[in-house]
Ligand binder design. Structure first.
Ligand SMILES: Cc1ncc(COP(=O)(O)O)c(C=O)c1O
Length: 472
C-alpha cells in the first residue's frame, strides 16, 4: 500500500479526530454572514426541512437540524452473524442481511475495495479490469469469442436500459414474460425507449406456460423476448433451457434476453448452450460484490443487432456503441476511456469472481439448491405457503413467504431485526403487505460455518411464536 499523501498535520489529525469523534471535533469554523443564502446558491434543490449532509453542512447551526428526522443510532453494536466469524472477520458486528440483495459480503471482497487510488487507464487497473471481464465469461459459461461482457457503473436497472436503448428500435415489438414487479419494470423501461411491448402475464406466484408463450410467438413476430429469470418480488423462477429451445424453434430471429439480476451466480445459466442473447445482472446479489455495477453478457447476435441499427441508440451513457470498444480494449489489456469506471468496485468484483470461480460452478448451484430446499422445508413445517406456488417455479436464492393472517410484516420484521436477522418485506403490488422475502445467496449459503441460515430459520420460528402464531 502506498503511504498516505502528505497532508498538513493539523488537517490530518482533525480529520482523524472527526472520524473517531464525529463532526463536533472539527476545528471551529466561523459561519459566513448569510449562510442560508450561500447554501441556496450551492444546492438550490435541497429543501430546508431536511437535514443535509454536504460539505457545507457546517454552515448550519446544529440547532437548526431536527435530529428526530435522522434514523435512530444503535446504542451498542449487536452481536451477530459475523460474530460466529469474529476471529477472522474485520467487519463490525451487524445484523445478518438476508434480503434478496444486497447480500452479506466476504471480508476479502470488502478489503479489496480499500485499494489505493490508481489511474483507471494505468496498467495495474487495466489488467484487473481485463481479467474481471474474462472471468465473467466463465461465470456465464460462454466460450464463444463473439460473446461480449460489459461492466458499467450503475445498478441492475442499467441493464434494462442497455437492452431497451440498444437492441430494439422505436416501434419494434417485444414480448415480456410477466412474473411480477421486476418484469413490469423491464416492460416500462422498454416502453420508455419506444418499444411496442406486449406483456404475457402469469397469475401472481407463477410464470407464463410454454404453450402460451409459443402461441404468442406464432401469432406475431417479435424482435425480442425478455424473461426475468428470478422475479425478486415473488421468488418465481423461470425455466430458460426449454424456453430457449422453443423460441429458437418457433421464432428463431427473436432475441432472447434474460434479467438475471437475482439469478446469476446462484441459478444455473449456460449462456452458449442455451443460446441466450443477453443476460443482464448486478453486483450486489449472488455475485457478492457491493452494489454499483451493472454486469451483462451479450451474444454475437445481439452485438450484430446493435451494429446494424438503422439509427443510433437514444442514450449516451447507456449506449453500447460507446462502451463496446472500451470493454474490448480492457479485455485486451489496452487502456481505454469513455467514462470513468470505479476502480475500487472493479477490484471488489475481481475478488468476488475469483472466489466464485475457485470452486466448480456446479458445486455452487448445488449448494444453493440444497440450502434453498432446507429453507423451503422449514417454511412448510411452519405451515406457511410460498408466493411461488409450484416447486418447479421456486427460486434457489430467495424464498417469498406468505405470512399467517394474524401476523403483520410490520410487526414481524422488527422482531427479526432484534434477533439480528434482516429479511425484506413484500413488493409485489397486489400482495405487498401479505408476505416477506428471505434472501439466501452467496457467503450465507456457501460458508455454512457462519451459521446465517440456521440462525435465520430459528429467528423466523421464534418471531412467529412471539406474535402468537401456532401451526394449525
Ligand atoms: C430481478 C431484478 N431485476 C432488476 C432489478 C433492479 O436492480 P437494481 O435495484 O440494482 O437497479 C432488481 C433489483 O432488485 C431485480 O431483483
Amino acid at each position: 500500500m502506498l503511504p498516505l499523501q502528505p497532508a498538513g498535520p493539523t488537517l490530518r489529525s482533525a480529520l482523524r479526530r472527526r472520524l473517531l469523534l464525529g463532526p463536533a471535533s472539527m476545528p471551529h469554523q466561523k459561519a459566513p454572514e448569510n449562510p442560508s443564502a450561500r447554501l441556496s446558491l450551492i444546492s438550490r434543490h435541497l429543501g430546508t426541512e431536511y437535514p443535509i449532509n454536504t460539505p457545507f453542512a457546517v454552515e448550519r447551526h446544529p440547532d437548526t437540524i431536527d435530529t428526530s428526522l435522522l434514523p435512530p443510532r444503535p446504542k451498542h453494536a449487536r452481536s451477530l452473524s459475523t460474530s460466529s466469524n469474529k476471529m477472522s472477520s474485520f467487519q463490525a458486528p451487524h445484523p445478518t442481511l438476508l434480503i434478496p440483495g444486497p447480500i452479506e459480503f466476504d471480508d476479502a471482497v470488502l478489503q479489496s475495495m480499500s485499494h489505493y487510488s490508481e489511474s483507471h487507464v494505468g496498467p495495474g487497473f487495466v489488467a484487473t479490469f481485463g481479467e474481471t471481464l474474462s472471468m465473467l465469461r466463465k461465470l456465464f459459461q460462454t466460450t464463444d469469442p463473439a460473446s461480449q461482457p460489459f461492466v458499467l457503473s450503475g445498478s441492475g436497472t442499467l441493464g434494462w436500459d442497455l437492452v431497451a436503448a440498444n437492441l430494439v428500435e422505436p416501434g419494434e415489438d417485444v414480448l415480456v414474460l410477466g412474473t411480477g414487479y421486476f418484469s413490469d419494470g423491464f416492460a416500462d423501461c422498454l416502453r420508455v425507449y419506444g418499444a411496442n411491448v406486449t406483456e404475457l402475464k402469469a397469475p401472481t406466484g407463477s410464470r407464463p406456460g410454454l404453450p402460451d408463450i409459443e402461441k404468442a410467438l406464432s401469432e406475431k413476430k417479435y424482435k425480442m423476448l425478455t424473461v426475468t429469470h428470478v422475479d425478486t418480488s415473488t421468488g418465481v423462477l423461470s425455466e430458460l433451457e426449454k424456453l430457449s429451445e422453443m423460441v429458437h424453434r418457433v421464432s428463431p430471429d427473436t432475441l432472447l434476453i434474460v434479467d438475471g439480476v437475482c439469478s446469476v451466480a446462484c441459478e444455473e445459466i449456460h449462456f452458449d448452450k442455451w443460446k441466450l442473447d443477453g443476460v443482464v445482472t448486478a453486483s450486489q446479489k449472488a455475485i457478492g460484490c457491493p452494489a454499483g455495477l451493472s454486469i451483462s453478457m451479450f451474444s454475437g447476435r445481439a452485438i450484430e443487432t446493435l451494429e446494424s441499427r438503422s439509427r443510433p441508440p437514444a442514450a449516451y451513457f447507456a449506449s453500447m456503441k460507446n462502451w463496446l470498444p472500451i470493454m474490448q480494449n480492457y479485455e485486451n489489456k489496452k487502456p481505454s476511456y469513455f467514462a470513468t469506471p470505479s476502480p475500487q468496485l472493479v477490484h471488489a468484483l475481481h475478488t468476488a469472481l475469483t472466489l466464485i470461480l475457485a470452486r466448480p460452478l456446479s458445486e455452487r448451484f448445488a449448494k444453493h439448491t440444497e440450502v434453498s430446499n432446507k429453507i423451503k422445508q422449514a417454511v412448510a413445517e411452519l405451515g406457511l405457503k410460498q408466493v411461488a406456488s409450484d416447486p418447479k417455479n421456486q427460486a434457489h436464492g430467495m424464498t417469498a413467504v406468505y405470512l399467517p393472517q394474524t401476523v403483520k410484516a410490520t410487526e414481524l420484521l422488527p422482531i427479526l431485526a432484534k434477533k439480528n436477522v434482516v429479511f425484506a418485506g413484500g413488493i409485489h403490488r397486489e400482495i405487498a403487505s401479505t408476505y416477506i422475502r428471505f434472501g439466501h445467496m452467496g457467503v450465507s449459503v456457501m460458508n455454512p460455518e457462519r451459521g446465517d441460515i440456521d440462525r435465520a430459520i430459528k429467528a423466523l420460528q421464534e418471531g412467529l411464536a412471539e406474535l402468537g402464531y401456532q401451526k394449525a
